[in-house]
Design a protein around this ligand. Structure first.
Ligand code: SF4
Length: 324
């Protein structure tokens, strides 16, 4: 493990300046970063601890939900206003990791967790994401868990998280703070597909931090659901997951948001499913026809063709649940 210094800035400006230095990284809950550091996958020389900034608030209101980046996963999942107003978010958080990790893991850190590709996490293998230009053994290797959407010739690693998939159907907006001030980025624009730079996973600039998350309140957010399918019932990453949110009025679907996890190189919105739902009666035929649109453009690898079938079944089950 690489030795590092640890600083505890008490204001955002100092934190950004410290994290902008070469070899520096932010640390919040540390549940992913410290494991990666122990395995020498991450080798920071300076860690900038955000705890002293006091940015762990959970603020629901009539018009929306504001989350600060160090709010703990378990606290957000259990907040009664979140359970009622944004159930997909609470359910996705409760489907993540283990109770112990949810007690430590934060909103900002969860959005930035790294892929679970086994080659990435084992420095005995080449990996374009860890060492650009070294190769991708997953493409012709063990790829049952890998992506069927958004991959490239350089990387097919799945984005591992649940919460960001839920935030995708809620059209969450992230506030980013860096050396040039504060800017807003839609959740759908935050994570990047690998292309020929799989080491670049988000639009964050050096030293920039996630300083807030805003999610609007809506009828659709209240009628939302997260379904995760995995190899075991707890402490496991998604083979496939589906987040859905529907606005149904008089039996007609006025608008729909659908996204998937476990299948894409980033949280994967399914606009083809949304289009097949919008303006249609909320009946069994509509839901089945829409779910069958899932995964347009998918390119399964040697071992994960099953994900396309599983994706359509998972989306259908989630739609049936939320429209009942
Ligand atoms: Fe590395 Fe991506 Fe290939 Fe996995 S899929 S070995 S993370 S380049």
């Amino acid at each position: 493990m690489q030795a590092f210094t640890l600083t505890h800035p008490s204001d955002a400006k100092t934190a950004v300046a410290a994290a902008s230095q070469a070899g520096a990284k932010y640390i919040a809950g540390g549940t992913d970063l410290l494991q990666l550091a122990k395995d020498n996958v991450e080798t920071p020389t300076r860690l900038v601890d955000l705890e002293a900034l006091g940015i762990a608030g959970i603020r629901p209101g009539a018009h929306g939900l504001h989350l600060e980046p160090l709010a703990r996963m378990s606290d957000v999942a259990a907040h009664p206003d979140v359970v009622k107003g944004w159930p997909v978010l609470s359910q996705a958080l409760l489907a993540s990791a283990s109770p112990q990790i949810r007690n430590m893991g934060t909103m900002g850190g969860n959005l930035l967790q790294r892929t679970r590709c086994g080659y990435f996490r084992d420095t005995g293998f080449a990996c374009n994401k860890r060492t650009p230009g070294s190769g991708c053994p997953a493409i012709n290797g063990e790829n049952r868990m890998h992506a069927i959407l958004g991959g490239s010739d350089h990387c097919i690693a799945t984005y591992p998280g649940d919460m960001a998939v839920a935030m995708t159907v809620l059209d969450a907006e992230l506030e980013l703070t860096g050396q040039n001030g504060t800017r807003k980025v839609a959740i759908g624009d935050f994570h990047k597909v690998p292309g020929d730079t799989p080491d670049v996973e988000t639009v964050l600039q050096p030293g920039e931090m996630i300083s807030g998350i805003d999610i609007a309140a809506s009828a659709m957010a209240r009628r939302s659901h997260y379904l995760k399918v995995r190899d075991r019932a707890s402490f496991e990453f998604a083979l496939v997951s589906a987040a859905v949110a529907l606005d149904i009025d008089g039996g007609t679907i006025r608008s729909a948001r659908v996204a998937a996890g476990g299948v894409g190189t980033k949280p994967w919105r399914l606009p083809e499913v949304e289009a097949a739902l919008t303006g249609k009666p909320a009946d069994a035929a509509t839901l089945k026809q829409a779910a069958d649109q899932s995964g347009a453009g998918a390119k399964p690898a040697r071992m994960n063709g099953f994900k396309l079938v599983l994706l359509r079944r998972t989306v259908l089950r989630a739609l049936q649940t939320v429209s009942a």
